[in-house]
Design a protein around this ligand. Sequence first.
Ligand code: GUN
Length: 286
Amino acid sequence: MTALLIDGALIARKLLEELRPRVAALTAGGTKPGLAAILVGDNAASEVYVRNKIRACSDLGLKSDVHRLAANCSEDELIALIEKLNRTPDIHGILLQLPLPTHLDAERTTRHINAAKDVDGFSWENLGALVAGHPQLAPCTALGVMAMIDHEGLKVEGADAVVVGRSVAVGKPTALMLIARGATVTVCTSKTRDLARHTRNADIVVVAVGKPGTVNGGMLKPGAAVFDVGINRLADGKITGDVDFASASAVASRITPVPGGVGRMTVATLIANTVSAAENFVKAKV
Ligand code: GUN
């Protein structure tokens, strides 16, 4: 079998285009959706991610600002900026780009973001809503994987799914979204004794651990759909995912490439969350 490529660029563009009428309606009503991105230090990958997010905002007519803090800024300075943005009425979404310099605690600082503006979906309130089956603002990459599954017309109810990775940002929320849709979900981690024993049974495989070669074709059920969330930079500068693409694409029915796969979706779903946050803001006012 040679897998069909799941085109993240195409699906993300479609998702963004679908947001246009919602942005137009908000703007016509006097609320232009606004996103504030916070960049701490000078992480090169974070610069690229934030640039892509800001570009997507301007393409779609959202307001966006980037707030830069020095790599040696204090936690108090970062929290003061978050709290100022919480109080800024024309900002509906706050994105604290991760990773942070090591002296700053990402979890502690993220928790200062007002849940209504938490467009990353990392706050305990938003994660709790997802666990309870009433998602509000949910983590962007997990939303992106689900949007790709739907775009491809994959049946989730009754499917066997394996999620490799248990991060709060990707693994756990993706598993919860698959459970909510009726999949039988196994969550594997770096401690899983025999990963292939699990992945070989799966119709849907999502890999999000940040380690190249975590899953290869020999570990897949023929016809599986494979979603590779990893973005790893190799010694030669090339970007690769967590899945061995060459062997996996010979066994899978569909697979996401890296780059050009799930990563593209994360930008689109972040913008979707910002538009939802702006709509919620308008509803709360009336
Ligand atoms: N760094 C890498 N991915 C992400 C993400 O989805 N959100 C944030 N805030 N930082 C990231």
